[in-house]
Ligand binder design. Structure first.
Ligand SMILES: NC(=O)c1ccc[n+]([C@@H]2O[C@H](COP(=O)([O-])OP(=O)(O)OC[C@H]3O[C@@H](n4cnc5c(N)ncnc54)[C@H](OP(=O)(O)O)[C@@H]3O)[C@@H](O)[C@H]2O)c1
Length: 295
């Protein structure tokens, strides 16, 4: 019997790469096709429709996105094209080919004024253009295809790609002291954990336990960037001094929400996904980096 095909976009990004590492464990159950922008370019509508002419996957995992939060303020057209318009087109094709769409969004859809974790139905109000494009992408995906799962995630890092953890490790080795913003609260997400959760959702769906709609997934707990930086330093055995600063002392082109912790109960209840506390996942990632000789 033919195995169900899973297509993954953004294979060179953090999440796409982690899914690629995991795929070997699912090789008996699924066929995988990992794509980069040469095979499937989200900036080009023709590339998307041509792709669906030749492939009718059972699952389409869209890890590709325009993720440069600050640059999105000045590159609005391309950010909107990739994070919103292309998602609508993908959802439309998924609807025709009876494909379950799994798409990722962000804690930056929230305005940051909350003080307790955001539920999946908390009203959204993004404070930057990236967050706006991701929110429109969510809406267009759900409008164009009922079999869509949106997973909002936050503060993603991995041993692969560019992220806060790797930047901190580099700076802490180069400098005696660094300053990190302490008044933005959220929760980190190890992309390897998110990849595992995504495959658990697909396995559940394959077994008839499919629940479309919006879900939140991060590691468990909450922190701020300053505390996160100190945890990275301590877990890596480095000695750099980390000083707390306020957001106003570190101006960026795009505003950030002050509070973006998400309530994870929907994904736990519907898909029985267990989440690791962020400190545990951080040490898992640092162990991988050490193995790879990065640390
Ligand atoms: N990173 C975070 O902190 C964070 C936080 C919340 C939510 N998210 C969401 O989580 C998802 C995964 O994020 P990530 O951290 O894995 O992202 P990432 O590491 O920045 O990877 C994004 C991928 O998208 C690809 N891409 C960009 N433009 C493309 C195009 N026109 N056509 C095809 N592919 C294109 C990139 O390809 P190239 O490698 O060729 O550039 C890259 O492989 C995204 O939806 C993101 O919005 C991320």
């Amino acid at each position: 019997m033919q195995k169900p095909l899973i297509v993954v976009t953004g294979k060179n990004g953090q999440l796409g790469w982690e899914l690629m590492q995991l795929a070997q464990h699912y090789a008996n159950d699924f066929e995988f096709l990992f794509t980069d922008r040469d095979q499937l370019n989200l900036a080009d509508e023709a590339s998307i429709s041509q792709f669906f002419q030749t492939h009718q996957p059972a699952y389409f995992i869209n890890c590709a996105a325009y993720t440069a939060v600050d640059k999105a303020e000045s590159e609005q057209d391309i950010a909107y094209r990739i994070n919103a318009q292309a998602v609508a087109e993908i959802a439309h094709h998924c609807s025709f080919s009876n494909t379950i769409l799994i798409h990722f969004s962000t804690d930056y859809v929230f305005d940051g004024k909350g003080t307790t974790p955001y539920a999946i139905n908390t009203p959204t109000s993004p404070v930057n253009y990236y967050g706006y494009t991701k929110r429109v992408g969510e809406q267009l995906a759900l409008e164009n295809h009922s079999s869509t799962i949106i997973i909002r995630t936050s503060w993603v890092y991995s041993s692969h790609g560019h992220n806060f953890v790797k930047t901190m490790l580099r700076l802490m080795k180069e400098r005696d002291s660094i300053k990190v913003v302490a008044d933005q609260k959220g929760c980190p997400t190890y992309a390897a954990d998110l990849a595992a959760a995504t495959m658990n959702i697909i396995t559940a769906s394959q077994n008839g336990n499919f629940h479309p709609g919006i879900f939140h997934y991060s590691n468990a707990g909450e922190t701020n960037w300053y505390e996160f930086a100190k945890a990275i330093r301590d877990a890596a055995g480095l000695t750099c001094t980390v000083e707390p600063i306020t957001t106003s002392e570190y101006p960026t082109p795009a505003k950030r929400p002050g509070y973006s912790v998400m309530d994870l109960s929907a994904i736990t209840e519907q898909y029985h996904i267990q989440t690791k506390v962020w400190q545990e996942s951080l040490s898992n990632c640092l162990a991988v980096l050490k193995e790879e000789g990065v640390k």
